[in-house]
Design a protein. Sequence first.
Length: 258
Amino acid sequence: MKNLIGVILIITVFANFTIAQGTAGENAKYEYRYLIDMPSAGIMERGSVGITTELLPFGTLIAKVEAGIFNDISIGLSYGGNNIIGSGKPDWYPFPPGVNLRVRVMDETILLPSLTLGFDTQGKGEYFKDEKRFAIKAPGIFAAASKNFSMLGYLSLHGAINYSVLEDKDGDNFVNIMVGLEKTLGSSFSVLFEYNFAFNDNSTNRYGKGKGYMNFGIRWSIAPGVTAGFDLRDLLENKRWNPTSADRALVLEFVQKI
């Protein structure tokens, strides 16, 4: 009897992992709102709530809560800081918390991509108090387009244009462009790639070198509504303040319809 119960439990757990529907893989139930750092045209479905936690270098932790409040409209709040994980005193990001708003203005068709307009004030990495900016600037005002293709699963192409309205004290704030893609690998896995041209981060001697930011990530839908990820950021070693290697980061996302 005990053996039978054990077998049933194993089959149940395996089945849950097999049919897991997060944001990764061919069976993904929810849309990406971001690839790694770049916004996509994805949006929270009405009545859905999402919680995303990112763990970055220097003990940086960022938590984000999002909700789909109407059809094609979602909102969110985020907050974090440096040295949250580790020892010593945490260095919290300045108030107010990051806010984000998304409005989908066009759904995807056979010929045209989906298009979303949004506003997001949450940057990432270290926060430089003198210049009042994040290491990776917040998207600010953005327009993002996404198009899906059937190719050994799915291939999704993404593009975004943005202007970081609140991080202009460094004298380097121009309209910026980002591009990226997602390729599904089976029912539950996806690989992500993005390139941030960083036109708003290339004309000072302290921050970007002008190479742009190239990032790579892996996502795994490990359970219904739960997606885990691993990212490698700045593969071109663009940042001047820590140029020796790419950054590693962990991501955990939970999305649920309520």
